[in-house]
Design a protein around this ligand. Structure first.
Ligand code: ATP
Length: 202
C-alpha cells in the first residue's frame, strides 16, 4: 500500500485545512526553521496511532490541537486524514473493499480521539495493527525524527531489537501475543475463583 495524500486540519501549526499529495518515489519537505516540517511527520505518526506525548513533542495528547496565535484563536479539534492507494488490494481483510483507503483520526478537546476508515468508525487498535502489519506503523524505523540516530547508537540491545522487529513487520504479532496473555491470565483467575466457589458449595 502506498500513501497518496495527507490532509491536516487544526493540527499543530496547520490551522487551515492543508492537503499534500504524496507521489511515487522520494518526497522531500523543505522550508525555513519552524515552518512545520517536523509537525508534518508527527501528523503521519499520529494518524497511524501514535499515543506517546513524548513522540509528539507535547505534554498531553491535546497539544496536537492548534493552540492559537496572535491573530488566530485556538481550535477545538485537530484532524489528520491519510489516503492510501489500495488498487492492488493489499490492505488486510476488513479494510479491503475499495481502491483507496482513507484513515481519519480526529481529536476534540475534552472528548478524546476517534478513528474512521473509509467513513466508518474504527477502533484505535485496528488502525494501529493495520499499519504495524504493513511495517509502516507509528513507531516505524522509516520515520526518523531529530535526535533519533544518536538515541539509537546509545540504546540498549533490547531497544535496538525493537527497531528490527518493527522493520520486519512482526511488532503486530507481539501486540497480539501480549493481548492473548492478558486474556489467558484473566481466564486463569476466573477459574481459580470458580474453584473457590465450588469448594464453598461442597
Ligand atoms: P526546524 O527546521 O527548526 O526543525 P520545522 O520546520 O521542523 O523546524 P516544526 O518543529 O514542525 O518546524 O514547527 C514548529 C512550529 O509549530 C512552531 O512555530 C510552533 O509554535 C508551532 N506549533 C507546534 N505546536 C503547535 C500548536 N499546538 N499550535 C500552534 N502552533 C504549534
Amino acid at each position: 500500500m502506498q500513501f497518496s495524500k495527507i490532509r491536516l486540519t487544526g493540527f499543530k501549526s496547520f490551522v487551515d485545512p492543508t492537503e499534500l499529495i504524496i507521489s511515487d518515489g522520494l518526497t522531500g519537505v523543505v522550508g525555513p526553521n519552524g515552518c512545520g516540517k517536523s509537525n508534518l511527520l508527527e501528523a503521519l505518526r499520529w494518524v497511524m496511532g501514535e499515543n506517546r506525548p513524548t513522540a509528539m513533542r507535547g505534554g498531553g495528547m491535546e497539544d496536537v490541537i492548534f493552540a492559537g496565535a496572535a491573530s488566530r484563536p485556538a481550535r477545538n479539534f485537530a484532524e489528520v486524514m491519510l489516503t492510501l492507494d489500495n488498487s492492488e488490494r493489499l490492505a488486510p481483510a476488513g479494510f479491503n473493499d475499495a481502491d483507496t483507503l482513507e484513515v481519519v483520526r480526529r481529536i476534540t478537546r475534552d472528548a478524546g480521539s476517534a478513528y474512521k476508515t473509509n467513513g466508518k468508525e474504527a477502533r484505535a487498535r485496528d488502525v494501529q495493527m493495520l499499519f504495524a502489519d504493513a511495517s509502516t506503523g507509528a513507531h516505524s524505523p522509516a520515520l526518523v525524527r531529530q535526535g533519533q540516530i544518536s538515541e539509537l547508537i546509545n540504546a540498549k540491545p533490547k531497544s535496538r531489537r525493537r527497531v528490527l522487529e518493527e522493520a520486519a513487520g512482526i511488532s503486530g504479532l507481539y501486540q497480539r501475543r501480549h493481548e492473548a496473555e492478558l486474556k489467558l491470565n484473566g481466564a486463569e483467575s476466573n477459574l481459580a475463583r470458580l474453584d473457590d466457589v465450588i469448594e464453598q458449595l461442597d
